[in-house]
Design a protein around this ligand. Structure first.
Ligand SMILES: O=C(O)COP(=O)(O)O
Ligand SMILES: [Mg+2]
Length: 223
């Protein structure tokens, strides 16, 4: 029987450049149970992915800050005011968020902010801590977020809404921000390019990387 799936985007459905591998589209479209897109990306991105796939909108965005299941109230957690205060203080200290203008990485964020990996981490962590926030490194960006918000709590909220047990889900991901999903889902698979924390938290690791790893994971899960 096919289990419900919780899947990360960057590094899992994509290659290193963040372009989605077209082969994953069909897999997600044809999945026989719920597909939860669980990402650190800003809210509109996973919504658009579901929309263009033609699957129900079931998303955990912004590392758990936003949870949306079509037809239900959208849940916003996290502390956007503090996140933006961190951004302002970081910029006032002479640093930048590191994205080209217009900044489509943060423009539609509701609950946290993301900083480019080529920006200095130490002052960002220091300023975030002063505001009671933490920095998570996804391998694609530093995310300044509320510590008790994560994709795992997002998965609990989605499962509750769908009247399913989180333990029924299989999670596939690649980085630190997927560890909470891995701990919440009943089964977890990291793709080979995953960072050390995701590799350590996963029940299984694929030999292949990026979308090849996701396709291999799906073969194991659904095969
Ligand atoms: O864009 C990021 O920083 C991370 O996104 P992901 O959670 O889908 O990998
Ligand atoms: Mg990822």
């Amino acid at each position: 029987m096919t289990p419900p799936l919780a899947v990360d985007i960057d590094g899992t459905l994509t290659g290193p450049s963040r372009a989605i591998d077209p082969r994953v589209m069909r897999v997600l479209r044809e999945w026989d149970d719920h597909v939860v897109v669980a990402t650190g990306k800003a809210f509109p991105y996973p919504v658009a992915l579901c929309e263009f796939l033609g699957i129900p909108i079931t998303v955990i965005a912004e590392n758990g800050g936003v949870v949306a299941v079509a037809g239900e109230e959208i849940v916003f957690t996290g502390d956007p005011d503090s996140a933006w205060a961190v951004a302002e203080e970081y910029e006032a200290a002479g640093y930048g968020l590191g994205w080209e203008e217009p900044d489509f990485v943060n423009r539609w964020r509701e609950t946290e902010i993301a900083v480019a990996l080529d920006q200095p981490l130490d002052p960002l962590e220091r300023i975030a801590a002063d505001h009671g926030l933490e920095v998570v490194d996804t391998g694609f960006a530093y995310h300044v977020k509320t510590p008790d918000v994560d994709k795992g709590k997002g998965l609990e909220a989605v499962a509750r809404t769908l009247d399913r047990d989180p333990a029924e889900f299989v999670a596939v991901g690649d980085s630190e921000n997927d560890v909470a999903t891995f701990e919440t889902a009943g089964r977890s698979v990291a793709v080979a390019n995953a960072d050390d924390s995701a590799l350590a938290a996963a029940d299984e690791v694929t030999e292949a990387s990026y979308a090849d790893g996701f396709l291999a994971a799906v073969d194991r899960i659904d095969g």
